[in-house]
Design a binder for this molecule. Structure first.
Ligand SMILES: [Zn+2]
Ligand SMILES: [Zn+2]
Length: 207
C-alpha cells in the first residue's frame, strides 16, 4: 500500500492518500483544506485518484473536496446521513471559518460496502457518534483503518456537535473498531496513528 499523510487546515487534519503499488490507483481520504498541498502529494506519488472519501463532513475533513474532485475527476463518496452537514459546508458557520462548498456525492456509502481500487479493498464500516454518518475505511490485508474523528491515540471524538452522541460513539468504538484485530493500525483524523490493541489497553475513555 502507498500511504502519504498530508496535514491540512487550521485544525491540522490528517488527509491520507492511499494507493495500490501495482496499479497506482488510489483514494484521498478527508481533503480538509490546503488543496495545493494535497495535489502536490498526489503528483509526487503518481497516483490516479479514483475516489475522494469523507469519513464525515465536518469542514476540516471536506474543505478541499471541490478542488480535489475538480482536479482529479474522482468520484466523491460519503454516507448520506452526512448530507445536511456537507450542505452546511461542514458546519463552517458554527466555527466562523470560510469554507468552499463541496459538490454533492457521486456515491452514497453504507456499512458493508466494498470499494476496490487497484488491488486494494476498502471495507466501509459505519462508526457514527462523533457525527451521524461517520465511516471508517478498513483495509484488512493492510491492517489499516482510517476512522476520522471517532478514536484517536489516547482520545475519542467530541460528541457536542449536531448529530453527535456519546453512547453511539462508545458503541462504534467498542463494537466496531475494537472488533478489528489488535494489530490493526488506526489512522485518525488528527494526531498520530495508533493500534486497536494499544487503545483497548490504554485509552482512558474506553478501555
Ligand atoms: Zn469531526
Ligand atoms: Zn476533525
Amino acid at each position: 500500500m502507498i500511504l502519504r499523510t498530508v496535514t491540512v487546515g487550521i485544525t491540522m487534519t490528517n488527509c491520507y492518500l492511499v494507493g495500490c503499488e501495482e496499479t497506482r490507483e488510489g483514494v484521498v481520504i478527508d481533503p480538509g483544506g490546503h488543496p495545493d498541498r494535497i495535489l502536490r502529494a498526489i503528483e509526487e506519488t503518481g497516483l490516479t485518484i479514483r475516489y475522494v472519501l469523507n469519513t464525515h463532513c465536518h469542514f476540516d475533513h471536506m474543505g478541499a473536496n471541490a478542488d480535489i474532485v475538480e482536479a482529479t475527476g474522482a468520484l466523491l463518496a460519503l454516507h448520506p446521513a452526512e448530507l445536511p452537514i456537507l450542505e452546511a459546508r461542514g458546519g463552517a458557520s458554527w466555527f466562523g471559518v470560510p469554507v468552499k462548498a463541496s459538490p454533492p456525492p457521486d456515491v452514497e456509502l453504507h456499512g458493508g460496502d466494498l470499494l476496490e481500487v487497484g488491488r486494494l479493498r476498502l471495507q466501509v464500516l459505519e462508526t457514527p457518534g462523533h457525527s451521524p454518518g461517520g465511516l471508517t475505511f478498513y483495509l484488512a490485508e493492510e491492517k489499516a483503518a482510517f476512522d476520522g474523528d471517532v478514536l484517536f491515540a489516547m482520545g475519542v471524538g467530541r460528541t457536542d456537535l449536531p448529530g453527535g452522541d456519546w453512547e453511539t460513539l462508545l458503541r462504534s468504538i467498542r463494537e466496531v473498531l475494537f472488533a478489528l484485530p489488535d494489530d490493526t493500525v488506526i489512522y485518525p483524523g488528527h494526531g498520530p496513528h495508533t493500534t486497536v490493541g494499544r487503545e483497548k489497553r490504554m485509552n482512558p475513555w474506553v478501555s
